[in-house]
Design a protein around this ligand. Sequence first.
Ligand SMILES: [Zn+2]
Length: 576
Amino acid sequence: MNLLPFDHLPPHTPRRFVPEKVDWGDWSQIAPLFSELEGRAARGVGAADLERWLLDWSELCAALDEESTRRYIAMTCHTDNAEAEKAYLHLVEQIEPQLKPRQFKLEQIYLRHPLRGQLPESRYQVFDRNTKVRVDLFRDPNVPLETEEAKLSQQYQKLSGSLTVQFRGEEKTLVQMARYLEEPDRALRQETWELVTHRRLQEAARFDEMFDQLVLLREQIAQNAGFANYRDYAFRAKCRFDYTADDCLRFHESIEREVMPALRELQAERRWRLGLDKLRPWDLAVDPLNRPPLRPFDKTDRLVAGTQLVFDRLDRQLGAEYSLLQSRKLLDLDNRKGKAPGGYQSTLAEARLPFIFMNAVGVQRDVETMLHEAGHAFHALATRDEDLYAYRQAPIEFCEVASMGMELLGNEFIEAFYPPPDARRARRDHLEGIVEVLPWIATVDGFQHWIYTHPGHSREERAAAWVALMVRFGGDVDWTGCERARARLWHRQLHVFLHPFYYVEYGIAQLGALQVWANSRRDRVKALADYKRALTLGGSRPLPELFTAAGCRFDFSAQTVKPLMALVRQELAKLN
Ligand SMILES: [Zn+2]
């Protein structure tokens, strides 16, 4: 039974090494492929043999990746199908644990290979340095610690997801409560905020306890790998070769200097429009003019047609690529029963085609998500001719330039969905979101820098460090009487628990996206040509080169941030 929404898609390049038919759920059919690669590595006599070997390994990685993606898509499109779930879990639980040591062995073989020095250095520079990090950082004693870390992460998710409140006689999850924070009725917003906050605070000790354990585990992992602290370990493990911890701290300073004035201005305007003397934590999500939400489309067909119009107007090639996604059935956008929540873009690694999954319900957020995921999809299509599997994926700091850049570029043609006043409102909301999120990124990132460079800190010291960052980056919101909630606000930021140090990437990428957009204001044809060319590089070049190719500076100083914020503020003023 084919549970995939798209028709059969053949591999982009016919297989040379992997047999035509493999049962990927049967380890006994996969293991010999690894054994063959292990054995063949020693028999190579020239650089060409080693390159062929790398491409065969790539082919195997792509086939495995595509199988896992196909099973994941089938499962998320049919959560009510037990077979689909079983097939995916079988891969995750039975096959992947066996894959890891075999992949690691191939990485070791490659790094020690006597012919490696003969490969063209510029071509393999990024591949080599990333492979080296995985091999260098691996420590046997860290394997059980990482399992322990994963278990605690799961506990965090379980606890967060299980919290409910009684609201008007009904039990509601905290996610379900979020919409009441957008209600014009201020008393209702306050009631909602207090209910949710109180519920979280009841679990504060458990969240803190889990986090204490996570910090200890992470410090031990870093120490085992020979690092002075977990921050330095995390930077290396994330292959952050092109920027340092100090660069991030400077980025926070740039945000403080250049973004905070814009945030305070927006907050003052919001306060004035809502007719309040002070903004309270429950006044931040409501529309300041009490307007009903934007309704860009009713049926998903209209979302697709509108997006097609946006891309046709923006750039002919991108328009053609978006219609390819449609004709190959690579979009599954309807919200329907039996579909997993949320949205994602993933790539069929062998077909070298992107797939977009969404649950569209007809709000502006859906249009934003569509443009965002389409940016990722264009990125995937741009790297189709790259044969080295690892290079078809760029680092996150640049992947998000592709997607966030497309939100800004696409928004210029958002009239495809709205009459002019609503189009201006959608653009304005989007830009406000950028001004609001950058200080939050600095808060979350700064907090983690503090945590992992202050070993042995107490819970109270940790809370104080968080509050200091909230004072620096929170703007003019009155927290009187809510001090305890403020000091524990980070408990709801999943990244801090699950993905340490993974957050600043979005800030870095936003600087790139804003630069692409600023460039397009001066010369759209050139800006788009640069953007598209940079996308074709995939992950084959270091970050500064990817940024340069896209016409951007890879720099987080105030010098970069200042003109971008000037443009955003100027635009916001026009959209008023
Ligand atoms: Zn994204």
